[in-house]
Design a protein around this ligand. Structure first.
Ligand code: UDX
Length: 451
């Protein structure tokens, strides 16, 4: 540990919930390994530094206008960040490097979706390690974008959605990780920038573990000549980190305490995904008709064009009469760990997927965009720990799928498979096992980097 004292790491997250949380978890892991941690953060979506007293924060002024500070078009938003952060980020990092009063900086660790930081690090002669907050299996697909484009898969034709992607089994064309955007060419540029930036970095850290994504990690080790460190699941390596940007409504825990074991469906679609008003109604009716208790996160902005619970069918709460509990934002990790929760209806963001696996909670998959589609296919067809709503959002199918997972034999089989995966997730962090050893290799690698 001695050699690490006096070495500082600078971390720079993409300022979205699903990226800030794993970066701050990584900060805690590396801090517990003896490094001093400095976080550079945008002013947009900035976390509260007083919740992380052992980390030092520097906020840059990226000066997004009101209309630019919107995640409605994620592709445009990420592209803009890569442009607007350049000067303030470079100035901030140069200042940190020039500060002789502080410990020397061993390297920069930045989000894979901020590839502009590679050129900045190169210009300042600082090694850059990449944190990829999504899974390795979806990254294999992103790395194949040029080939998929050449073979005519893009733009995706809805009529071919059910056909297989022969190069990437078991994916179907509809599972390819794209997203609606005003400018599809920019999406390909961002994906290729992320992959190319990672290839020339000094290493990639993954919030995953060998037993879960062995095959994808082997593929990436073949394709990339840099070291790869699967050291997850991050959130069980360290105590819960207070990195939530929204206030978590604790009332749901008292409500869960009153429910029977494994009786509740937890429903949450993460921090960005949005549904149409018609889809919102199908979700509501599906939950009402399945006659099982549910805890539903209705985040402001979940329904496109509406900020609150207005679209709920009139009399909905009376109809579900105590069987349903709605919150704007939940303490998700606590909820998934609660004995009353029997299934998680999720959009399959990577953090949610991992959190569900780590608690052994079967999933009902409703991916919305990008990596979520690949994650959902792996959950349903590879790990077989959930069922996917394959044919759009229709109340009858929702009700049927919930019942299959919650009360039928198929659900029991899924539950025992995800329980085994949960055990592997916990096991990999023990001394001598894959993520534990990979963390040690990462520390050795960081100490070996020449600056
Ligand atoms: C985004 C992308 O959507 C996703 O595809 C990518 O993998 C990561 O970035 P997000 O939509 O926020 O992420 O989903 P997810 O990755 O699941 O992260 C959400 C986080 O918010 C989780 O850690 C979850 O525990 C937390 N959460 C969610 C809460 O604390 N409370 C809630 O009510 C809902």
């Amino acid at each position: 540990m001695d050699q690490r004292k006096g070495r500082r790491l600078v971390l720079f997250p993409l300022p979205l919930q699903g990226h800030i949380s794993p970066m701050l978890q990584l900060a805690n892991i590396l801090h517990s390994q003896g490094f001093t941690i400095t976080i550079i953060h945008t002013s947009f979506n900035s976390p509260n530094p007083s919740s992380h007293p052992h980390l030092t924060f520097h906020f840059i002024q990226e000066n997004l206008s009101a209309s630019e500070a919107s995640t409605d078009d994620l592709v445009a938003f990420v592209s803009l960040l890569n442009t607007k952060c350049l000067v303030p980020f470079r100035d901030c990092l140069a200042k940190l490097l020039a500060d002789v009063e502080e410990e020397p900086i061993a390297c920069l660790i930045s989000d894979a979706l901020l590839p502009f930081t590679q050129a900045v690090a190169d210009s300042l002669k600082l090694p850059r390690i990449v944190l990829r907050t999504g899974g390795a299996s979806s990254f294999v697909v992103f790395a194949a974008f040029p080939l998929l484009k050449e073979r005519g898969y893009f733009p995706i034709q809805d009529s071919k959605g059910q056909e297989p992607v022969v190069e990437l089994p078991p994916l179907k064309i509809k599972d390819l990780p794209v997203i609606n955007t005003r400018d599809p060419e920019t999406l390909y540029e961002i994906v290729n920038g992320m992959v190319d930036g990672a290839k020339v970095s000094s290493g990639i850290i993954w919030n995953t573990f060998e037993d879960l994504e062995e095959s994808a990690l082997a593929t990436l080790r073949q394709q990339f000549s840099i070291p790869i460190f699967p050291i997850g699941p991050f959130h069980i390596c360290i105590p819960a980190s207070p990195s939530s940007l929204l206030t978590q409504d604790q009332s749901c825990i008292a409500w869960l305490d009153k429910q029977s074991p494994k009786s509740v469906i937890y429903v949450s679609f993460g921090s960005i995904a949005a549904v149409s008003e018609a889809e919102f109604l199908e979700i509501a009716w599906g939950l009402a008709n399945c006659k099982l208790p549910f805890l539903w996160v209705v985040r402001p902005g979940l329904t496109r064009g509406s900020d609150c619970l207005e679209p709920l069918p009139s009399g909905f709460m009376e109809m579900v009469d105590g069987r349903g509990h709605l919150v704007k934002w939940a303490p998700q990790q606590e909820v998934l760990a609660h004995p009353a929760v029997g299934a998680f209806w999720t959009h399959n963001g990577w953090n949610s997927t991992l959190e569900s696996i780590c608690e052994g909670i079967p999933m009902i998959c409703m991916p919305c965009f990008t990596d979520q589609k690949v994650n959902a296919r792996y959950v349903s067809d590879v790990w077989k720990v959930g069922l996917q709503l394959e044919n759009g959002l229709k109340r009858e199918e929702i009700e049927k799928t919930i019942r299959r997972v919650m009360v039928e034999k198929q659900g029991e089989e899924i539950r025992s498979r995800i329980f085994r995966l949960k055990e592997k997730a916990n096991h990999c962090l023990k001394q001598g096992r894959s993520s534990f050893e990979s963390t040690n290799s990462l520390v050795t690698h960081i100490l070996s980097l020449e600056t």
